[in-house]
Design a protein. Structure first.
Length: 96
């Protein structure tokens, strides 16, 4: 499902201090995802503004949204959003 040339953009809050705001390539994103795996129990699929996404919401508090661009059945781009102002503007339908 993940395109080998996927491009992932993170907003400043999602990237954190000194971290890359853009990741290119499935292998590079997978390496970074290993560190994120410890939070997996808080990640759920959801509809965000009527599009498939993943949400990270520990204790039901929305912290991050990952939106996907899908082309020909592959994820070709993703956007990681953690800016509280942007999160408040999103319409999230999630199972929690």
């Amino acid at each position: 499902m993940l395109d080998p040339d996927v491009v992932v953009h993170a907003d400043a809050q999602a990237a954190g201090s000194g971290a890359a705001r853009e990741i290119r390539g499935a292998v590079n994103w997978a390496r970074g995802a290993v560190a994120f795996a410890r939070h997996a129990r808080f990640v759920s699929p959801a509809l965000v503004d009527d599009q498939a996404a993943l949400v990270w919401a520990p204790r039901g508090r929305l912290q991050r949204v990952v939106r996907f661009q899908i082309t020909a059945g592959r994820i070709t781009a993703a956007q990681i959003i953690a800016d509280p102002a942007r999160l408040r503007e999103m319409r999230v339908t999630a199972p929690w």
